[in-house]
Design a protein around this ligand. Sequence first.
Ligand SMILES: [Zn+2]
Ligand SMILES: [Zn+2]
Length: 338
Amino acid sequence: MAIAPDENELLTKDSFEGGGIAVSDEPEVNSVAADEALWQEDTATAMDKDEHATEEHERSQQGINYPVAFWLVLLHVGALAAPFCFSWQGLVVCLALYWFNGSIGVCLGYHRLLTHGSFKVHRVTRYIIAFLGGLSGEGQAIDWVANHRKHHAHSDHDGDPHTPRDGGIWAHMIWMCWSLRGQHYTDHVNRWAPDLAKDPVMRWIGHMFLPSHILSGFALLGIGYWMGGGYMAASMLVWGLFVRLIIVLHVTWFVNSWAHMWGYRNYETTDDSRNNWLVAILAFGEGWHNNHHAYPRMASQGHKWWEFDGTYVIIRMMKWTGLAWDVVDYKKISDRKK
Ligand SMILES: [Zn+2]
Ligand SMILES: [Zn+2]
């Protein structure tokens, strides 16, 4: 299943432009998503053009973002109740939603579709997937995408919002407690996610972030109560919402921390990205992070036969069923050259 680019091909073409990012700027690939604004190409050379490389300074100047900090503390405190209201039904719902939010919402949706344009889908599918990504507890798509594109453009260099070079725990979760505000925030999203920021539906989905979590909490409570009274209601809420979100959050954050600290490298990128098998298992293929930094737009992140990428399996299934098309696949470009 892996689409493995020829390593020599990677190392010989001009894929190391910009600071800290290794990308393929194949014209054939960029044309695939030419109507989706084009961030993929721009990100590659962002270091050359970016005049806002002092994000850490700006963030620290603006102090703690209390709503974000409160949200993260709330979820962790809620998850502490898990041992007191365990049920097998709650665990099953937790794991099912962990996959649904983690693999479909974040890995496939926020990351490969919205950030990198690794494949195309119908507009309605795109919005549904963005909504599912929002249910992961990781904020609205516009913010997620802007931060991640900036991470790629500055990976492990000045301007990277979350590099372990600033500390492992910083890269894991602390960085997001200092958010840009006001004009700084507007400039940030307009700079890094203009395609999403200008989309009124995407902005509306973003406004639904908190209401959708509150509604899903009540839905879990209601389903649990219907299934087995008060205890089951509490179990569904705690395991289906709080524990699930904590798992999804930390697994995603492992990509930013562990996969930039520990693991092996297939490609000599100019960042610290690593392929970490444990993160790859937990994060549905996203742990093959060195592969991803080498080829950010490639839909498949597993480049060796043993690098299983569960999210890519879903993308292939979407392609077979007609839900997705124009899946970015560098191997095909190599084949065309022969
Ligand atoms: Zn990274
Ligand atoms: Zn990425």
